[in-house]
Design a protein around this ligand. Structure first.
Ligand code: ADP
Ligand code: ASP
Ligand code: MG
Length: 458
């Protein structure tokens, strides 16, 4: 097989039977699309996270189960309730109910991952049936046989070499004869327990599989918007799709909150130099965005992104003055708890840094545990500020031209800026603002720097 294309469809794209038929058309229109990666149907993962929490009473479990059954049954109904798949989905729903009841008694992160994985299992079973019922040769594949991860339940890290070997031996041979349908988001550890890659992780799964299968020519991310926009079109209606963008810019956008791509998606694509396409499964004719190593245009200001739910930690200690190793100690504590620090600034006796409230873990819990705080407090005074948002301006060569700061900050002169990070990369300028001022900051930056005749700089 020479050219293989991996197509990933997100939750809204597989929300119901009609949406699945749109996806089927996209898949079958391109004979190179041999591997399909799916999210759970829209709303399903949220319901499963609640069912896995262990904190619901019986009535609340039943209420969530009813909603879940309604989503799955409506697809089955439109398929004409074929016997075998109907029995399979019913069995899976029954298992979810049992596990949710078990979570009330005994709850842990491994069980949460096991429960939330059912969303992708069910959507892929149903979509395989959709393709087969339309006369195509489709095969359901349990991605856990190849998607090896560590055991960090809720946000597991993939083990690239193991995935590459598994995909070559067990997945690639199937692509000669079938359209293979498999799950995003989920994986398994060395002893076969189900893990998840973190919320929104199906994009990452598609990129990892694209990297792992020999001859992958493109990774397509089909979602509910026709491409990567200059900002979230839900926030700013004037936002427009970007026809092409570099890997570096797309990675910065995803990292700083453009939900259209999971932040890790670009890394596997970069490693193998595989172009990534983002388009709308509902309106494929509108085209989309190509993410590539190089693009013709390299504007100073490309896009603006928003990441909500940020925590600002200010760590203060007189021992910092002229001391070596203070930051090393602090960061070793964050590393021990698997927490990624985003922005950082320092002064003579204090360090301010930001972290993401959930770190995008699948279980939705705060990453700031009491033990972590106790360890930090043994070194320094700790102040915690919540209710903050990170605003990131993404572009090219921003720190290499005069006037970037003036152009950016004069656009938002009535916004209170809590922290600024600039200069580590030529691709971004980030700052922290109170949550309630974030939409205004995004709209003003977009208006001044990305619409019509944007403010130009030299
Ligand atoms: P899926 O379920 O297909 O993975 P997501 O909801 O995760 O879809 O991502 C798509 C959403 O990302 C869009 O509906 C849009 O609101 C949001 N989004 C945020 N930033 C951007 C952006 N810069 N361009 C396009 N969409 C964005
Ligand atoms: N279903 C998972 C979630 O909702 C993964 C994904 O959609 O990418 O987070
Ligand atoms: Mg997504």
């Amino acid at each position: 097989m020479n050219q293989v294309c991996v197509a990933k469809f997100g939750g809204t794209s597989v929300a119901n039977y009609q949406a699945m038929c749109n996806c089927a058309k996209i898949v079958t229109n391109n004979p190179n699309t041999k591997l399909v990666v799916l999210s759970a149907s829209a709303g399903v993962t949220n319901l499963l996270v609640e069912l896995a929490s262990g904190s619901l009473d019986q009535a609340s479990i039943e209420q969530r189960m009813e909603k879940l059954c309604a989503i799955e049954n409506s697809i089955l109904d439109d398929l004409g309730r074929p016997e075998a798949i109907t029995a399979e989905i019913e069995k899976l729903l029954h298992e979810i109910r049992e596990l949710a009841n078990h979570a009330i008694i005994e709850h842990d992160d491994a069980l949460t991952d096991r429960i939330v994985s059912f969303g992708e299992i069910m959507s892929t079973k149903l979509f395989t049936e959709v393709l087969n019922s339309l006369g195509y040769k489709a095969k359901w594949f349990d991605v856990r046989t190849v998607m090896r991860t560590d055991s960090h339940f809720g946000k597991a890290a993939p083990i690239i070499e193991v995935i590459a070997n598994g995909a070559k031996e067990q997945l690639a041979p199937l692509l000669d004869d079938y359209i293979v349908v498999t799950q995003g988001f989920i994986g398994s550890n060395a002893i076969g327990q189900t893990t998840t890659l973190g919320r929104g992780g199906s994009d990452y799964s598609a990129a990892l599989l694209g990297e792992a299968i020999p001859g992958c020519a493109a990774i397509e991310i089909w979602t509910d918007v026709p491409g990567i926009y200059t900002t979230d079109p839900r926030l700013v209606p004037e936002a427009h799709a970007i026809p092409e963008i570099t890997f570096s810019e797309a990675a910065e956008m995803a990292t700083f909150g453009a939900k259209v791509l999971h932040p890790a998606t670009i890394f596997p694509a970069v490693r193998k130099n595989i172009p990534v396409f983002v388009g709308s499964s509902k309106e494929p004719e509108k085209g989309g965005t190509w993410v590539r190593k190089e693009t013709n245009s390299k504007p100073t200001f490309r896009a603006v992104a928003l990441r909500k739910n940020q925590i600002l930690l200010t760590l203060q200690s007189p021992n910092m003055i002229g001391a070596c190793g203070f930051l090393a100690n602090i960061f070793s504590i964050f590393a021990k708890y698997g927490i990624s620090v985003d922005l950082i600034t320092t002064s003579e006796v204090s360090v301010a840094l930001t972290i993401d409230y959930t770190g995008s873990q699948s279980n939705g819990k705060s990453v700031l545990s009491e033990q972590l705080l106790q360890e930090l407090k043994s070194f320094c005074r700790v102040r915690i500020d919540e209710g903050l948002s990170l605003v990131a301006l993404i572009g090219n060569g921003m720190s290499q031209v005069s006037g970037t700061g003036a152009a950016v900050f004069s656009s938002i002169c009535d916004v209170n800026i809590r922290m600024i990070c600039y200069g580590a990369s030529t691709h971004n300028l980030c700052f922290l603002v109170n949550e309630d001022q974030a939409p205004k900051a995004i709209a003003q930056l977009h208006h001044k720097l990305l619409e019509g005749n944007p403010t130009s700089i030299k």
